[in-house]
Structures are given as C-alpha cells and as structure tokens.
Unconditional design. Sequence first.
Length: 151
Amino acid sequence: MKKLVNAFIFWAIRRAPKRGRITTHAGEFLLSRFAFLWPDEYYADGKCYNRPPWWRPFNMFVHCWRPKNYGEEFHSHARWTITLCLRGKLLEQTPDGRDKYLTPGSIVFRSRIAMHAVSIPKEYWGRTWTLFVCGRRKGKKKAFRRVPKAA
C-alpha cells in the first residue's frame, strides 16, 4: 500500500503545474499545495477567478505539511471539505475539544461552517501528506470565521 500511496503522491506532484504556498493568518508558511486536477478558484477585487463550470462540483489537492510552528489557528472553509491522510500524522482540533489524530487512511468530512485547526507533531514536519477534496464556493466570498486568540 505504501508504494501505491507514494506513486500517487509523485504522480500528483508531477501533474500539478506549480507548487502553491499556503500560509497561516500570521503569514507563516504552513504547507505546499499541489493542484493536480484544476487550478483552485479564488476571489480578488470582488470577482471569482477560475470559477469551475457546473459539471465540475469539486477539486482535489495534495498537501505536504511543513509548518514552522506547531500548526494553525481555528478556522472554517468557504466550502465543504474532505481530508484523507496519506502519509504521516496530524492532529485535528475542534473548539468543543473533540481532538483526534489522523494517521494514514483516516478521513474527515467537514461542512463549510465546521471550525477546526490542524497541528503537526514536530517529528512529522515535511513528512505528512494529505489529499484535500473541496466543493465549489457558493456565491460571493464569505469571510471565514476564526476563533480569536486567548489573551
């Protein structure tokens, strides 16, 4: 199974036109994103770019987690998401305390309002890979919610 997962990761990396750099809200590097199916849609100046046609209801990315710190802040996404852990280990935290470790083969389904944060144990930095599946954004960009930091 490891050979199959590795072959998929390398195939997705080669197929992606470029590596995307995803940062935390504080601007720290968090992960590398490889868009191997289609470019991701995004908003700028009130317009949606790379808006997918109706027959393309989702997109997929491979993420390689390389945080400089432990992880990220609580947040939600502007669309439904699914995370499949391919390699390594990550901790998904929720505001209500239902924290769980994701290991290879673990799957998490989230609605667009589900709050969560992801942390990577230090020994797995750069060695954790996930497949991230997300739906289309609905309507105009909605600011995703964040839980404020404790004082």
